[in-house]
Ligand binder design. Structure first.
Ligand SMILES: [Fe+2]
Length: 343
């Protein structure tokens, strides 16, 4: 028998549910919700393939029937668009940009338990959504990199201007539509984020732990946004990165000499404000990619993943590609019992 680890993500077809193709999304969601949640809890991520769901309407109906408590996408660095209901584009970042592996909204106190993706159009080449087991990442990290982060925690900084630029495609008004600075401060305070305005520029500062003990598995999970917020963890992706890592590190340290933490779109520090060594951040990025699994999308695939245990990213691609996403079931990791002090 294959282990849960070997089947990651697990791929399920209509026959696995005793069904033929052409399944109604709402009926399926209601009837199979418990089984689906069990499978996602066992494997971390599940792909439903061959169900003949064609578009955002079917995807929206499926998500709502499986997970009625939807969640809005909040914060974040890449742009995205609402498509319909609870469905939005997964990211509108340019095709050549690899999206670093991350747990959705792990920079906030409240994160979605479930993340759903739907493949409306697979890319001609690349464009997979790699997934990574965050417990595996925790154990794979070198202790000298992991332990200081576990013990000192993480300070996340996001600098948002009032105007779009190439390096900062989202302004603070995009992040807080219809809000004035006073309302922004209020919203942030409720979420444990310090919001500081300086002219038309907004700096958000939050303190987060590096890891948590997962309440269901009892295992540590590497649940943080350190590489997502590390200025430009928007690196080279998996292929060829090792060859170029040394050059990238050199370029980055030169850039860091020129650009102060206050001028970067986003930055991650130790919780006490100390700089995280550059080679430590590179090691975390490498480990996330090394532990990840990339599978080609097929048109109509739905992937449901446990965002508290599994991270995701995006490989660069060519040709048209449309992957939609939806978030559900708010969850507050700070309320979990147990804390990772050290391994
Ligand atoms: Fe994401």
């Amino acid at each position: 028998m294959k282990t849960a680890e070997a089947e990651f993500p697990s791929i399920l077809h209509p026959a696995d549910f005793g069904l033929a193709g052409g399944v109604d999304a709402v009926e399926f969601g209601h009837a199979e919700r418990d089984r689906l949640v069990r499978e996602v809890c066992r494997h971390g991520a599940v792909v439903l393939r061959g169900f003949e769901w064609q578009d955002a309407t079917a995807f929206n109906a499926l998500v709502r029937s499986v997970a009625p408590e939807s969640m809005e996408y909040e914060g974040g660095i890449t742009p995205r668009r609402r498509v319909q209901g609870v469905v939005h584009t997964s990211t509108d970042a340019p095709a050549f940009v690899p999206i670093p592996l991350h747990a959705e909204m792990s920079y906030l106190d409240r994160i979605p338990r479930w993340v759903f993706f739907f493949c409306e159009t697979p890319a001609r080449r690349g464009g997979e959504t790699p997934v990574v087991n965050l417990t595996r990442v925790f154990h794979a990290l070198r202790p000298e990199v992991r332990e200081p982060l576990v013990q000192r925690g993480i300070r996340l900084i996001q600098n948002l201007s009032g105007k779009k630029s190439l390096l900062a495609p989202r302004t603070w008004r995009d992040m807080f539509p219809d809000s004035d600075p006073g309302q922004v401060r209020e919203v942030c305070e409720r979420r444990g984020i310090e919001a500081v305005f300086s002219g038309d520029r907004l700096t958000l500062v939050s303190q987060r732990p590096a890891a948590r003990v997962h309440p269901q598995t009892g295992e540590p999970v590497w649940l943080n946004a350190v590489t997502l917020h590390d200025s430009f963890s928007w690196e080279l992706g998996h292929g060829g990165r090792k060859l170029l890592a040394a050059g990238l590190a050199a370029l980055e340290s030169r850039r860091d000499e020129r650009v102060s933490a206050e001028d970067r779109p986003a930055h991650a520090l130790y919780g006490d404000g100390g700089e995280i060594p550059r080679d430590h951040v590179l090691h975390i990025r490498e480990t996330l990619w090394d532990c990840s699994v990339s599978r080609a999308w097929e048109r109509g695939d739905v992937m449901m993943l446990d965002n508290t245990r599994v991270g995701h990213g995006r490989n660069p691609f060519s040709g048209p590609r449309c992957i939609l996403a939806a978030l559900a079931e708010p969850c507050i990791p700070a309320a979990w019992p147990g804390a990772v002090r050290s391994a």
